[in-house]
Design a protein around this ligand. Structure first.
Ligand code: TTP
Ligand code: MG
Length: 353
């Protein structure tokens, strides 16, 4: 198969960028969205606040301790959703092969785009300019022969950056790449790799596929492939899905229920974005909420909710309440829907007729 050309774009400090765009008085101050009045957690903050150590998912009280001059504003999901739609529309003018991952990031497969002399680098530059000019926020972009490298590349020169990994550069790029940067490598896998003396993809290559598969099973093979800079996942525009969900792992545990409550609107908004791309017109059967606590125990609660067409925050709140009866530190939070499977019951009935 011909070499793919993938672009990954990710908006810089997305919610904060929208707030700064709409209110000039917020542009030159350290700014956090969420966590106001010491309650709840910061959803994101601008780069000025990051210089003080403020981060996503940090309790507002801690953020203010690190950065006493921090200005906070409450999140306004409706406005972020509208800006996201504007950004995605610009991306879709480049190609139909756009796969949004959340409100603020997407993959594009531009392998067959002829414009810009077929140069993905020029396309990425063009997208960055257009979004900046027409939407008024900055995006960072990564260009690479596959999804996993493109996503790493978009982070490489953040904020307002562009980084390109051409096919001949892949081998050198991955050799020094820390294993933590790999898709699916969290704290636990990273610690296990470090225990094997593996810090970089180069180390992982040297360890070999057999050892990785022996130690990590199926994931070991994927790790080995990524360590060589290989990833065959296509950009998927819409799948025939049985369910659609979004989840977020927090770099710092959410301390309690009220912190979870402040994260939920963003999750539900991301879910609806995915639904609009993937689950169009499919009847919803169930809603579910997923939680992973700091001890890694994972719990899911699902409920039949057939009348829902566009699940809202209020539809998920009771599930979260039930799933999380008392305050505990949370590592991961997710929301999702399962679709009604209209075909299967019919065939089954016939079998038993
Ligand atoms: P990110 O792309 O992870 O972060 P960001 O765009 O704010 O900053 P950057 O990409 O420049 O590092 O997330 C996109 C948006 O999702 C973010 O603006 C707010 C929201 N979000 C949360 O609500 N909670 C979170 O824990 C994270 C990580 C993001
Ligand atoms: Mg972003």
């Amino acid at each position: 198969m011909a070499q793919r050309k993938i672009i990954h774009v990710d908006c810089d400090c997305f919610y904060a960028a929208v707030e700064m765009r709409d209110d000039p008085s917020l542009r030159d101050v350290p700014l956090a969205v969420g966590g106001e009045g010491g309650r709840g957690v910061v959803t994101t903050c601008n780069y000025r606040a990051r210089a003080f150590g403020v981060r996503s998912a940090m309790p507002g009280s801690e953020a203010r301790r690190l950065c006493p001059g921090l200005v906070t504003v409450p999140p306004d999901m409706g406005r972020y959703r509208a800006v996201s739609q504007q950004v995605m529309a610009i991306l879709r003018e480049m190609t139909d092969l756009v796969e949004p991952l959340s409100l603020d990031e997407a993959f594009l497969d531009v392998t067959d785009v002829d414009a810009f002399k077929g140069s993905a680098t020029l396309m990425a530059r063009h997208l960055r300019e257009r979004v900046s000019r027409e939407v008024g926020i900055t995006i960072s972009a990564g260009v690479a022969p596959n999804k996993f490298l493109a996503k790493i590349a978009s982070d490489w020169r953040k904020p307002d950056g562009l980084f390109v990994i051409t096919p001949p550069e892949v081998a050198d790029f991955v050799r020094e790449l820390p294993v933590e940067k790999l898709f699916g490598v969290g704290q636990v896998t990273a610690a296990r790799l470090h225990a094997l003396g593996v810090k970089t993809c180069g180390d992982m290559q040297a360890l070999g596929a057999d050892v990785l598969i022996e130690k990590f099973g199926k994931q070991g093979y994927r790790l080995f492939e990524m360590a060589h800079g290989r990833d065959n996942r296509p950009v998927v525009v819409s799948r025939v899905a049985k369910s659609v969900s979004v989840e977020r792992t927090f770099s710092q545990d959410l301390p309690d229920r009220s912190a979870c409550d402040t994260v939920m609107p963003a999750l539900v908004a991301d879910l609806n974005l995915r639904l609009s791309r993937k689950g169009q017109h499919k009847p919803i059967h169930k809603l579910f909420v997923k939680i992973r606590y700091s001890d890694f125990s994972t719990h899911t609660l699902e409920r039949v909710r057939e009348s829902v067409t566009e699940p809202a925050l209020v539809d998920f709140q009771p599930l979260l309440e039930e799933l999380m009866p008392k305050d505990r530190p949370v590592r991961l939070l997710g929301v999702g829907v399962r679709f009604r499977n209209d075909d299967a019951p019919v065939t089954q009935l016939r079998l038993f007729d």
